[in-house]
Each structure stands twice: as C-alpha cells, then as structure tokens.
Design a protein around this ligand. Structure first.
Ligand SMILES: C[S@@+](CC[C@H](N)C(=O)[O-])C[C@H]1O[C@@H](n2cnc3c(N)ncnc32)[C@H](O)[C@@H]1O
Length: 250
C-alpha cells in the first residue's frame, strides 16, 4: 500500500513522517496508539489548510491536551509559531524535548483561564495594551469530555485573538433545545446516533462545519471547525479582565 495515498491509514502515514520518532519520544507512553495517532492526524488534516494560508502567524492552544500528541504533532508538521498544551493533570512525558512548545497544568473551568492563556500566548507582555496587537490563536481540542466541549466553545468565543476553533467531541453532553427533536424521535435518534447529534449541536452553537473523518479509528470521529465571526460574540459569563494591563496586574 502506498502510505502517502489518501487510502492509507493515518497510522501508516504517521509512520512515514520524518518527525515520527521525535513525536513518539516526546509523548510516549500512548494508551491506545493507533486510535490516538489517527485522532491527532485527523485534526492536523483539518487545521492544515487554514495554517498554510497564514504561515507562522498563529499560536496553537490545545485544551484538554492529555499527553499533547495533537499539539506536538502540530509543532512538527505545521507552520505555526508555537503550541501551548493545557490539561488539568500533569503528564509526565519528555515534553522538554520539543521546541516551540509548552505544557501547562490548569483547569479550563477556572474563572481566570482566559488570563492564563493570554499570558502564555503573549509571553506575559506587560506593554501590550491593545488586543489587536495580541498573538493570533488557533484553539484545538481533541476529545474533551461532555460539557468540557461547551466550555471550550466559551473560551474560543471570549478570547478575542482566537480566530479558529477545531474540536473533536468525545462523550455526549447535554443536547441543546435545537436538537431535542432528534432525541425525541426514536427512529432518527437511532439512525443518526447520539454522538453525531451531540456533534451537530456543538457545530450549530459555533456556526461550524462538521465532518465525519472515517480514517479516524474511533467511533468519536467528528471534526468541527469554525472561523470566528467577531460580530456574533457574546459575553459568556467569564471573569475576563478587560485590558492587558489589568490582567498583568492579576
Ligand atoms: C479524553 S482525554 C483527551 C486527551 C487528549 N486530547 C487526547 O486526544 O488523547 C480528556 C483530557 O481532558 C483532561 N481534562 C479533564 N477535565 C479538564 C479540565 N477541567 N481542564 C483541563 N483538562 C481537563 C483530562 O485530564 C484528559 O487528559
């Protein structure tokens, strides 16, 4: 099989990459290797065209990063400035082997999570007073569980310098009113499946595009992507310091 063809598995394609060994050294051990690699490769495929149009303009922020496979693969494969991985629990890996990468232990439900992200993304720049000068951000999250997906959408909406969101949902959370009609129709619910209904609901919330990537060897294989429509942003209840000088003093 030609491992570069679109029919080859993500694992085959990963194994042909020059960076394959470096990535594995930095993130190992991986619990379910083929599955996790296929998820990260699926995310890279979705992000790549957007980054290629804006080479070296973006910092990638990987929320609920786990071992940070997605963001470490991104640093190796995509023309991004840096990647920052955030997870509630530390992961004892060789992350220090990766340049242009930082792993932060933080709970994304913390009220000051936006400030934590901004400080990291903008190198704690005390002289930055205008959000338009802030580093541009792509938010990515591979398999955030249940309501964490909603929280990530909130973070994306409220972080003014976040332009893109790529989200692969995991376990099903609370379905919103717009899609309740699918839950109430047993036939449709069975045909579409709870995971796809949840993914549709999340995509709808961010005016996003939903794609099912069958090369991802997990039943949770929906990739939702969106570009920020800045005129639609609402305050979603974050404790958000209004200026950089304010967040620098926190
Ligand atoms: C299903 S795992 C996905 C990990 C990784 N992105 C992947 O694809 O393998 C979900 C991750 O979210 C992390 N997590 C759970 N609650 C969190 C929170 N409140 N803030 C940040 N990370 C959280 C967990 O520790 C876990 O690593």
């Amino acid at each position: 099989m030609d491992s570069n063809s679109n029919n080859s598995s993500y694992l085959d394609r990963f194994l042909t990459l020059k960076c394959c060994g470096d990535v594995l050294n930095a993130v190992a051990p991986i619990n379910k290797g083929e599955k996790e690699i296929s998820e990260a490769m699926g995310m890279i495929k979705a992000i790549k065209p957007h980054v290629m149009a804006h080479k070296m303009e973006y910092t990638l922020v990987d929320l609920c990063a786990g071992n940070a496979l997605t963001s470490i693969l991104a640093v190796h494969l995509l023309p991004i400035k840096r990647a920052i991985a955030i997870n509630i629990k530390p992961h004892n890996r060789h992350h220090d082997m990766v340049t242009r990468f930082k792993y932060i232990t933080a709970d994304i439900n913390r009220p000051n999570i936006l400030d934590i992200i901004q400080k990291e993304v903008n190198f704690n720049n005390k002289y930055l007073t205008d959000m338009r000068e802030a580093e541009k951000v792509i938010i990515v999250s591979t398999h955030p569980c249940k309501e964490l997906a909603n929280r990530i959408i909130g973070i994306f909406n409220c972080l003014p310098n976040a332009d893109y969101l790529f989200l692969m949902p995991c376990c099903v959370g609370k379905i919103g009113n717009e899609y309740k009609f699918l839950l109430n129709n047993e036939d449709l619910r069975k045909k579409i499946g709870m995971y796809n209904i949840w993914s549709l609901d999340l995509a709808h919330r961010i005016n996003g595009i939903l794609k099912i990537d069958k090369h991802i060897t997990s039943p949770c294989n929906a990739v939702i992507s969106t570009k920020k429509q800045k005129n639609l942003i609402k305050n979603q209840g974050f404790e958000w310091t209004k200026t950089f000088s304010e967040f620098n003093s926190t």
